[in-house]
Design a protein around this ligand. Structure first.
Ligand code: ATP
Ligand code: ZN
Length: 308
């Protein structure tokens, strides 16, 4: 049964943020797009994660929960730096001795560039959960391809006042690797499953063609190509007034990751891949936007689905 979304008007971003904090769901850190989450908020996220797992259980996916950092060498090969340099984040560490330590403390106390005393580490911040998977799959897939359910805390440098545009957020994705037809079928079926998961929660969603925010002038051409070829679709809803926001995305990568990371189908040809990614923080925020900040007042059916 699909619950009709109540006629609650979406709030302005600032008002939604204020309500989330006032009513004990999130705590602001002072950095735009960086929030601490309370147990009540996390209960909603867990409920959504559980629904995603259930919806894709028929694929019997392997499960990997990644750390929030990824090997720099692997990251370099994903193509992220070529396409989205403005969104990345890199981890730097201190490897000096006493003298450098004194210098680090001196610089970090003032306005000087303390990062000059730091060294790049082996890791960067994960920008998308599925990017941590492909580097691990070099080699031949089983007959019939492979499916993985992956989760990660992701970072994207896009500071914003929009409560739904976080710098640090959770992504829960289901990835299929195999033939071109398998990848395309997963994207199509996965987006339908996403809609079937979100509507009963009272969200009014639409599936729309989309493109990634490729960087620079050349990026405009890439974005148009991605859209024209139907490689990305988003499941969007209204979280704050006046804009629609993607709560889930379906991406066909063709053989991009297969060829980059030497992932082969069973017959030796390059594997294709597709992912369906849920922005579980955005789904939670969308639910708060529709049903309010008092979780105890949410419709019984929604609470039951989320295990609240
Ligand atoms: P790709 O496979 O093309 O590299 P992806 O599917 O793994 O990308 P996106 O489509 O960019 O990643 O994002 C997946 C989902 O993550 C989005 O639908 C959205 O719900 C969520 N998301 C993306 N950016 C943010 C953000 N800044 N804050 C909160 N959630 C976000
Ligand atoms: Zn993905």
């Amino acid at each position: 049964m699909t619950l009709r979304a109540p006629a609650r008007q979406p709030l302005e971003g600032a008002a939604l943020r204020a309500g989330l904090v006032r009513d004990g769901l999130l705590v602001e850190t002072g950095v735009p797009g960086l929030v601490a989450r309370t147990a009540a908020y996390e209960a909603v996220v867990s409920g959504i994660d559980h629904l995603v797992t259930e919806a894709f259980a028929h694929l019997a996916p392997g499960y990997l929960h990644f750390p929030p950092v990824l090997a720099r060498t692997a990251f370099r090969r994903t193509g992220y730096l070529e396409s989205f340099p403005d969104l990345m984040g890199s981890v730097h560490v201190f490897v000096g001795g006493d003298e450098e330590h004194r210098e680090l403390l001196r610089r970090s106390g003032g306005d000087e560039r303390w990062e000059e005393v730091l060294e790049p580490s082996q890791v960067v911040l994960v920008p998308a959960a599925c990017h941590a998977l492909y580097p691990l799959l070099a080699g031949r897939l089983p007959a019939g391809g492979a499916a993985y359910e992956v989760r990660a805390d992701c970072f994207r440098h896009e500071p914003s006042d929009d409560p739904a545009r976080l710098q640090s957020f959770r992504m829960h994705e289901v990835v299929v690797l195999g033939s071109p037809a398998q990848a395309e079928a997963h994207r199509a079926a996965g987006v339908e499953l996403a809609v079937g998961l979100l509507e009963p929660l009272g969200l009014d969603v639409a599936v729309v063609p989309a493109n990634d925010p490729f960087f620079g002038r050349a990026g405009k051409v890439l974005a148009r190509g991605q859209r024209d070829e139907g490689l990305k679709v988003e499941v969007v809803t209204t979280i704050t007034s006046g804009r629609s926001t993607a709560v889930a995305s379906g991406n066909c990568h063709r053989d991009h990751f297969g060829s980059t990371f030497a992932i082969e189908q069973y017959d030796g040809s390059t594997a294709h891949s597709a992912c369906v990614g849920f922005g579980v923080d955005r789904v939670s925020l969308a639910l708060v936007s529709v049903h309010g900040t008092d979780l105890s007042g949410w419709p019984a059916g929604v609470r039951a689905l989320l295990g609240l």
